[in-house]
Design a protein around this ligand. Structure first.
Ligand SMILES: C[S@@+](CC[C@H](N)C(=O)[O-])C[C@H]1O[C@@H](n2cnc3c(N)ncnc32)[C@H](O)[C@@H]1O
Length: 231
């Protein structure tokens, strides 16, 4: 049974997120990991989605692998495959994941996507691709959602809100810090994301996912209907 979007699960304690951050190298990265895991609601939301229908996870643009640690801290044990184009982040993810089972990290571009059937996650990655690549990736990701599983996307949405303008300014700082190679290519409008999901016959829901930030981030969750049980 799928949860309603926004449904809560027990979240890891501060001691648990401290323990996770201590697996990473360097004070800056430890602070970043601790802050993200404690304050960013996207991980608890993702964990609730996966807990409701445990299935293997493909995490596109996984960064240092925070989702894998968060799920483990929630007691959610499913095979996890993270891929990211950035060699430094994959090295950090691998070094920090020695205690995690059934987890692998691959340095790869998101296109072409590997063969997969299960959940597909894209947390804060889509806007680093140009519009053409976003469309191709969406199409590829949709085809990898197993019956009963979901495609979960968090992205900045292009609209007329003050949040969108603040986000654009923030991304110029991220680019100059070189935390994300290449910087933003295209902020999608909501209809650019919803149309391919609806065309594929998927029921999609959206939820604001700002957390404590001023940024214009939304969560989209598209579920594929489970195969009906034989009678
Ligand atoms: C803002 S980070 C999000 C990391 C992670 N999803 C998280 O929640 O912590 C965006 C990530 O997308 C990755 N990325 C950008 N373009 C990519 C591409 N073409 N293929 C794979 N990963 C990409 C970046 O290297 C970066 O690690």
């Amino acid at each position: 049974m799928s949860p309603a979007l926004g449904e809560k699960i027990a979240i890891p304690s501060p001691e648990s997120t401290d323990k996770i951050s201590s697996c990473f190298n360097g004070d800056w990265l430890r602070g970043y990991v601790r802050g993200k895991l404690r304050n960013d609601p996207v991980y608890a939301e993702s964990a609730a989605i996966i807990a409701a229908f445990p299935a293997p996870i493909l995490d596109i643009g996984c960064g240092p692998g925070l989702l894998a640690h968060y799920l483990n801290a929630c007691g959610i044990q499913v095979p996890y495959h993270g891929l990211d184009t950035d060699r430094r982040k994959i090295d950090s993810a691998r070094a920090a994941a020695t205690g995690l089972e059934n987890v692998c990290f691959e340095q790869a571009d998101c296109l072409p996507l590997p063969a997969w059937q299960g959940h597909v996650m894209m947390i804060d990655v889509l806007h680093y691709l140009d519009a053409g690549k976003q469309a191709l990736l969406l199409h590829a990701a949709i085809s990898r959602i197993a019956p009963g599983a979901s495609l979960t996307i968090r992205t900045v949405i292009r609209d007329r809100s003050w949040r969108f303008h603040v986000t654009r300014v923030e991304e110029t700082f991220i680019r100059s810090s070189r935390w994300i190679q290449g910087g933003v290519k295209h902020y999608p409008r909501i209809d650019e994301l919803m149309r391919p999901l609806e065309d594929a016959g998927l029921a999609a829901e959206t939820l604001p996912m700002f957390g404590y930030t001023p940024f214009n981030s939304y969560l989209l969750v598209a579920r594929r209907e489970p195969v009906p049980a034989a009678t």
